[in-house]
Design a protein around this ligand. Structure first.
Ligand SMILES: *Cc1c(COP(=O)(O)O)cnc(C)c1O
Length: 503
């Protein structure tokens, strides 16, 4: 192990420790140069009441600018990001974020807007929010959109709250929500948080939902069906329209999980397929950096029937003597209330707006087409290495299993860990739950053909390694700062289902 050093090349290795900034602190070292205080300024400083001075801040590390910049730059290289390379995390849609979106989000009028700024002084920002609402409504075929929720999960919560409010308003005490067994865990969680019991609906052998299965479960006590289209196996729910009819015929509503909207942008609209309420993941479909707990935005679109229940405030366009103005409207007596302080994660709205405007309708459609083409290319090239649990042309992501590696003892987890050694972020693993040893790959539209080929070559290499030297994979990753955590017990444990099957 070598000593701590500042050599940039060493930052990628595993062989040294990065000291804390506190450990590098040297008395009197500073990262700024300011002129000496004059007498007046010294007097002003001395006049600060002592009870407002915080003693505990006296121990901050004392570092030069170089120390600070190098420390944080080195730390940043321990991480991975979409700016490093392919980040094929299925369902999460980690696409490249055009830098122009960042430039726009950093414009002082947006970035420095105060959350409590009165509407009269935030007209540009409110106009942007209003326009983004209209764009999302047009893209999705919904009537109204709220930008407030801070994540897809919170959007689901909001959507199901609106569904509950709608039924309660009509005096109907519905108690159940139907959810396909391929669903993301946040779907049953959102239903359960609203007091509903969850009824799982089995997917067919072809990986999609069939009208017969919905018909069998649909009853007068069902508040809603929640489904994801394309679903988490990457398939388009081609019976969507019929399924929505079945749910509506018994007075239920249809919730669309829009996390996979990037696959159908400009091609199909959830509203036209019978969806009554849906969330958008701005941070998946409409660029915006995410991951590592970074910011999210989960706007929710609704049909007019549900508009009275939208969270407040709603951005409204009002005609006045000086022309068109934008205001925050709180007058929604049936509103489910407020879901977020102030107005949500506004910076992400600016990025999404820039993304949508710079691509335009044709560009958005091309995003979907390229994402679908890329996923099918990977499915076709990787099917010799990994098993394909559900056959069929996919949309924007493809799901494999580790069944083909059974004889080697190598599992999906080992493949994922080995990919890290080759500089790739692993794909989503062990999800969806209905695929044993799942490996879920989403290339997005960001990748070039050569980039996809390099990824395929890497997986081919890894599958050779699995045959020749399985221990190499079981010990991976080898080139990272931290080695594998002891998660073997967790990985071998039977997969916990969100609702135990009846047997
Ligand atoms: C990501 C995702 C969610 C949840 O969205 P967050 O923004 O992470 O809260 C819900 N459903 C599906 C299918 C997802 O991929």
């Amino acid at each position: 192990m070598t000593a701590p050093n500042d050599n940039a090349n060493a930052t990628r290795g595993i062989s040294y420790e990065e000291p804390l900034s506190f450990e590098r602190s040297r008395p009197g070292r500073v990262g700024y140069s300011l002129p000496e205080l004059n007498a007046e300024e010294r007097a002003a400083l001395a006049a600060i009441p002592s009870d407002l001075l915080r003693e505990e801040l006296a121990d901050l590390p004392e570092l030069s600018e170089v120390d600070v910049i190098r420390h944080f730059t080195r730390l940043s290289t321990w991480n991975t990001s979409v700016d490093h390379g392919l980040y094929p995390l299925g369902s999460c849609t980690m696409k490249y974020n055009p830098k122009i979106n960042e430039v726009v989000a950093r414009l002082p009028g947006f970035a420095a807007a105060h959350p409590m700024q009165p509407a009269g002084l935030a007209q540009g920002l409110l106009r942007l929010c209003y326009m983004l609402e209209r764009q999302l409504a047009e893209i999705s075929g919904m009537d109204r959109v709220t930008l407030q929720p801070a994540a897809g999960a919170q959007g689901e919560l909001a959507g199901i709250m609106m569904i509950r409010a709608y039924h309660e308003q009509r005096g109907e005490g519905r108690t159940k929500v139907l959810i396909p067994d391929s669903a993301h865990g946040t779907n049953p969680a959102s239903a359960a948080l609203n007091g509903y019991s969850v009824v799982p609906i089995p997917s067919g052998d072809d990986g999609i939902l069939h009208p017969e299965a919905v018909e069998a479960a649909m009853a007068d006590d069902v508040a809603a069906l929640m489904l994801t289209n394309p679903n988490t196996l990457g398939f388009f729910e081609s019976h969507m329209v019929r399924i929505a009819e079945i749910v509506h015929s018994k007075g239920g509503l249809v919730y669309g999980d829009g996390a996979n909207l990037n696959a159908i942008l400009g091609v199909a609209r959830p509203g036209d397929l019978g969806i009554d309420v849906m969330h958008f993941n701005l941070h998946k479909t409409f660029s915006t950096p995410h991951g590592g707990g970074g910011p999210g935005a989960g706007p929710v679109g609704v049909v007019n029937q549900l508009a009275p229940y939208l969270p407040v405030p709603v951005v409204a366009k009002v005609a006045g003597p000086e022309g068109e103005r934008f205001a925050l409207d709180y007058e929604f007596p049936h509103s489910i209330g407020r879901l977020h302080a102030n107005f949500g994660n506004v910076g992400m709205m600016v990025r999404a707006f820039a993304y949508i405007r710079s691509l335009g309708p044709d560009g958005l459609r091309r995003c979907a087409e390229m994402a679908v083409l890329n996923a099918n290319y990977l499915q076709a090239r990787l099917r010799d290495i990994f098993s394909v649990p559900y056959e069929g042309a996919v949309m924007h992501e493809c799901v494999f299993s580790d069944k083909s590696l059974e004889a080697t003892g190598v599992t999906t987890l080992d493949v994922a860990k080995r990919l890290i050694d080759y500089g790739y972020h692993p794909p989503t693993i062990y999800f969806p739950l209905i695929v044993h040893g799942a490996l879920m790959i989403e290339p997005t539209e960001s990748e070039s053909l050569e980039g996809l080929d390099r990824f395929v070559e890497t997986l081919l290499t890894i599958s050779r390694e699995a045959q020749e030297d399985p221990e190499l994979l079981r010990g991976a990753p080898h080139n990272t700062r931290l080695r594998r955590l002891d998660e073997t017990q967790a990985a071998r444990r039977p997969i916990l289902r969100w609702q135990a099957p009846s047997d």
